[in-house]
Design a protein around this ligand. Structure first.
Ligand code: TYM
Length: 345
């Protein structure tokens, strides 16, 4: 152990997570992430830090005016869903320069091979990798920096981020090993609940995503009641009725998805839901799901629209959050620079 560097092997539990402001929020973002952020905020006593990752968003082209609007809208979404800026730190990534400063160090710790193995890189870069941005390849190193610049110990995410969190652990382990310190925590992914992977309403083998060209494939947090009901009515299903046990959903991805969504929205387990709805046909279950979705989502979208009326208030909340975030991040970055050997850190 390097004597000059004071480090600790015990880390205070701290929760961090981020969402990209790259278009609207979907039901997948809500159930897989935001709703669970609120649960963790309320569970306490740990600090909770949530971020609009605008620098991640620009790894693919974003229209500047739309990016600004999406960032503020996402902030409104966080608050409308229940994130309280008095209880959690809420800010946008680019406002805290320590993220990118640490990301550079991590670019030098992480290996090319790690990045090239990421399924999201392969999916997003597609066949034309030579033409993808360098940022898209380095994306997971910035994500590791987002988390580790707060020494965050717990990161709630949906299933699709699991591989990136494994890479974050690898970065922390390699940094600690290379510099012979015990400085960065090996973060725990928190991927829990019935709806960690909400699927497309049109194809149960594809993730529900804001980038899917078909709007009918997803429920947007800004959809009105009629749109939600119509999308659920048209959601792909199979001809069978609902089973009474989870085992009966195997090999029925569309049915499983709708049951998972119901479970996530009603805060029940899949088993509890099936105990109630087992034996019903989709013609009966879909209206139940629509009603529940509208009941849970309508107040959020109404509140988002209200908050969006007052841009100055949103900007004030973001500035406050950025200040609080910097207070945690700055000393951790300074220490990192010292460990790495930067003069004047
Ligand atoms: P992003 O913006 O794609 O998604 C934000 C969160 O929503 C979850 N999610 C889903 N969960 C369940 N079902 C779905 N269909 C679904 N779609 C999205 C995601 O898993 C995620 O938790 N790289 C991240 C953002 C990020 C980040 C971080 C996350 C940047 N830095 C640090 C955690 C910690 C991303 O692109 O998420």
């Amino acid at each position: 152990m390097n004597e000059a560097v004071q480090t600790s092997s015990t880390f205070t539990p701290r929760v961090f997570s981020g969402i990209q402001p790259s278009g609207g929020l979907t039901l997948g973002n809500y159930l897989g992430a935001m709703k669970r952020f609120v649960d963790m905020q309320e569970a306490g006593p740990h600090e909770t830090v949530f971020c609009m990752v605008d620098l991640h968003a620009i790894t693919v082209w974003q229209d500047p005016a739309k990016l600004q609007r999406a960032t503020r809208e996402l902030c409104a979404g966080f608050i409308a869903a229940g994130i309280d800026p008095k209880k959690s730190i809420l800010f946008n990534q680019s406002a805290v320069a320590e993220h990118t400063q640490l990301a550079w160090i991590f670019n030098c710790v992480a290996r090319m091979g790690w990045m090239q193995r990421m399924t999201q890189w392969k999916d997003k870069a597609g066949k034309n990798q030579q033409n993808a941005s360098l940022g898209l390849l380095a994306y997971p190193a910035l994500m590791a920096a987002d988390i580790l610049v707060y020494h965050a110990t717990h990161v709630p995410v949906g299933e699709d981020q699991k591989q990136h969190l494994e890479l974050t652990r690898d970065v922390a382990i390699k940094f600690n090993h290379d510099y012979d310190v015990d400085f960065f925590p090996v973060t725990e992914p928190v991927i829990e609940g019935a709806a960690t992977r909400v699927m497309s309403l049109r194809d149960g083998s594809k993730k529900m995503s804001k980038s899917d060209p078909s709007d009918a494939s997803r429920i947007n947090m800004t959809d009105d009641a009629d749109t939600i009901a119509k999308k659920i009515r048209k959601a792909k299903t199979d001809p069978e009725g609902l089973p009474s046990e989870a085992k009966g959903l195997e090999d029925r991805p569309e049915a499983r998805n709708l049951v998972n969504i119901y479970a996530g929205l009603s805060e029940q387990s899949v088993e509890q839901v099936l105990a109630d709805v087992g034996g019903k046909q989709f013609s009966e279950f879909k209206p139940m799901l629509s009603e529940l979705a509208v009941e849970k989502l309508a107040p959020i979208s109404t509140e988002m629209a209200r908050l969006m009326q007052d841009q100055a208030e949103i900007d004030k909340i973001l500035a406050l959050g950025a200040g609080q975030a910097r207070e945690i991040a700055a000393p951790i970055l300074k220490k990192t620079y010292e460990i790495v050997g930067m003069v004047g850190a």
